[in-house]
Ligand binder design. Structure first.
Ligand code: ADP
Length: 361
């Protein structure tokens, strides 16, 4: 290979790269500025030759952080990587740069320093836009939560008025109008009652955001026992049995975990088939999480509704078939997600349902 060939090859490679590159001598004078450097920072190659790097242009490269970097490669480390600097260049504007520098020892003569400059301004701009976007989303989410809370809270008062005056009307005027009027009053009372249920549930749903969860070791067997006790009446009326495997202690907010178990159990009993409800709760360790399941022998769920049932106010049945507001599972999901887990259902219509969720172990 002719002796000048490696030199030509090296220069060709440097000129082809997209990264801006400077080759400096031991005194930090520019021995070579590649094409990308000249183009990006708008300097002519002749203007760079043998110039001290800090004198390039109008001294824009006299950057304190760059000085530190170059001194380090000159006298200390062989290379320094991913050194971020930001600089305002006249006519070009603010540039974020990622610098890599390395000292090249030569067989003869002083060492050289290779400085590679990656312009990351665009990436930074995208990052900043994403951060702003995330902040904006967080803010609007908070607004929405606040709105749900205030709306449901403030709706309670006028509803109480409707309910109490309807009750008064029913008590005082029952039988004094015609039969239709009595029926209408009963409809108003029923509607107001359902609305109260929905508002209470919506408030409970919104409260999950505003009240901070308090995590502590929580014994799931004790929580399940409480839930069974609270559902005593429904269990008795339906002749239901609730069994369970050994359940673990997990880090959780005990109030929220109670609500989770209670909602899942009450659904398992409510959406029963002809046989008396038989509900089984189990848990098994799977790596760094607990996998819980609540299995019932009820009416089951068609897989096409698996996602929908976890949304607020989404129900698969009319109020005359099964009572409820359609918020129970949305609350369950919010609780599980707030604990760092996932929730889903496995079911076949007519074959019973299994609700599964995970909790970090
Ligand atoms: P609600 O119980 O008030 O209707 P949920 O959010 O708890 O509201 O449940 C949403 C819907 O999911 C229910 O209306 C029902 O159609 C379905 N579902 C929930 N749990 C079960 C279950 N164990 N078996 C069958 N269907 C269920």
């Amino acid at each position: 290979m002719p002796s000048e060939e490696p030199q030509i090859l090296a220069e060709a490679i440097l000129d082809t790269l997209r990264e801006a590159i400077l080759v400096l001598d031991a005194a930090l004078r520019v021995k070579m500025a590649n094409r990308s450097f000249c183009r990006t920072f708008r300097v002519k190659r002749e203007e760079t030759e043998n110039k001290l790097i800090y004198e390039l242009g109008d001294g824009q490269w006299n950057i304190p952080k760059l000085r530190i970097l170059l001194e380090e490669v000159r006298f200390g480390k062989m290379k320094v990587e991913d050194f971020e600097v930001v600089r305002n260049f006249p006519g070009i504007g603010q540039r974020f740069m990622l610098l890599n520098a390395r000292r090249i020892q030569r067989k003869t003569g002083q060492p050289r320093i290779l400085l590679a400059i990656e312009d990351i301004s665009e990436r930074k701009a995208v990052e900043r836009a994403l951060q702003l976007h995330a902040k904006e989303l967080e803010r609007s989410n908070e607004d929405l939560q606040q709105f749900a809370y205030v709306a449901s809270h403030d709706l309670q008062e006028p509803l109480r008025m409707i309910t109490s005056f309807t009750q008064l009307l029913a008590k005082r005027y029952n039988g004094k109008f015609d039969a239709d009027a009595d029926e209408f009053i009963a409809y108003i009372a029923d509607g107001a009652d359902r609305m109260r249920g929905m508002i209470d549930d919506l408030l409970a749903y919104a409260r999950l955001d505003s009240q901070k969860a308090e995590f502590a070791p929580t014994d799931c067997e004790a929580i399940l026992a409480d839930a069974v006790a609270n559902l005593g009446r429904a269990i008795e009326e339906n002749g239901a049995t609730v069994t369970h495997d050994p359940l673990p202690t997990v880090m959780a907010d005990s109030d929220q975990l109670s609500r989770l178990f209670q909602n899942l159990l009450s659904n398992a009993i409510k959406f029963r088939a002809a046989d008396p409800p038989a509900v089984h709760v189990s848990a098994r360790r799977n790596g760094n999480e607990w996998h819980f399941s609540v299995r019932d022998n009820g009416i089951g769920i068609d897989p096409e509704h698996f996602e929908r049932i976890f949304l607020v106010f989404q129900r698969l049945h009319g109020k005359s078939e099964y009572s409820g507001t359609g918020i129970g599972l949305a609350i369950c999901r919010k609780i599980v997600v707030g604990h760092g887990g996932r929730i889903w259902t496995e079911s076949q219509a007519g074959m019973g349902s299994t609700f599964c969720f995970t909790m970090p172990a």
